[in-house]
Design a protein around this ligand. Structure first.
Ligand code: MG
Length: 278
């Protein structure tokens, strides 16, 4: 959590827009916790020790403030989780860097799976409804959250999006987080599963550079494998690097563009939904 990347965006700038639904567009104000962080310093938690390391000279109250913010977020995430469980919704939080292909994977998944399993989508981006427009074209209900300068979704934003989205019972809910491998790791949304997506046009050392996000993911999807012959990306190296920061995550290799490997992703979704119901 940091101020220079936009986490301190005033809450009033966060909007929720409805796309592909019958309700007219709405703009909803998010919770107030973000505004409290304005003008504060910048620190990063140490993954190795869990001890906060101050990068700049800081207000010593910062750590307590951030603990309070994360505590409040966790409480709201638990409420979201209760909502999902009551409606038998499997919620998946999709996290990755920008350009990994989250939206492309969702488009294909929705087109090929939603006749079998009802799906709904929450889209998170700083600006535009571009991704929600793409999702709406598949026929799936979708709500776009624009975070302004904010670099992640939080539980309060998701909670506000759930009311207009009203995802059906016995369904999958895909929450596409803002493209960012840092701050989304800290914010639970109430999801049952966190899915980290990495494309082969990125480095296979990403898990070492951004350990928190990969440590927190139960599944790692490796996208764009059709480009493997053209890029210096090693699946073996990726698996090795993952093993250094995570506990045996499920790895699914696919190409959302060609469709290679997507059946394994669909089967994993089916199996996880079934076990989630049990
Ligand atoms: Mg996207």
């Amino acid at each position: 959590m940091c101020t220079t990347c936009g986490c301190s965006q005033p809450a009033e700038a966060v909007t929720v827009q409805l796309v592909g639904l019958k309700q007219k567009d709405a703009i909803l104000k998010a919770g107030g916790v973000h505004a409290q962080r304005q003008q504060r310093g910048h620190h990063h938690p140490s993954h190795e020790t869990g001890v906060a390391v101050q990068v700049e000279g800081q207000d010593p109250q910062l750590l307590q403030l951030e603990l309070d913010i994360l505590g409040e977020n966790n409480r709201l995430a638990e409420r979201n989780r209760g909502y999902f469980e009551a409606k038998n919704i499997l919620a998946l939080n999709l996290v990755s860097s920008p350009g990994s292909g989250k939206t492309s994977l969702l488009e294909r998944t929705l087109r090929e799976l939603q006749a079998e399993l009802p799906c709904a989508v929450i889209e998170g981006d700083q600006q535009t409804t571009n991704d929600a427009d793409r999702i709406a074209a598949t026929g799936a209900p979708v709500v776009q959250i624009n975070t302004g300068k904010g670099c992640h979704l939080d539980a309060a934003m998701v909670r506000r999006a759930l009311k207009p989205l009203n995802p059906p019972s016995d369904s999958l809910l895909f929450i596409e987080n803002v493209g960012n491998l840092v701050c989304p790791a800290l914010f639970e949304l109430g999801e049952a599963v966190r899915v980290a997506i990495i494309s082969v046009t990125e480095g296979d050392d990403k898990p070492l550079k951004y350990p928190d996000i990969f440590h927190s993911a139960q599944v790692v999807v490796v996208n764009k494998i059709d480009l493997l012959p053209y890029v210096p990306f090693s699946l073996d190296a990726l698996r090795h690097n993952l093993s250094r920061v995570s506990h045996n995550p499920r790895v699914i290799c696919l190409s959302a563009y060609t469709g290679e490997g997507v059946e394994a992703w669909y089967q994993w979704l089916r199996d996880t939904f079934s076990s989630h119901q049990a």
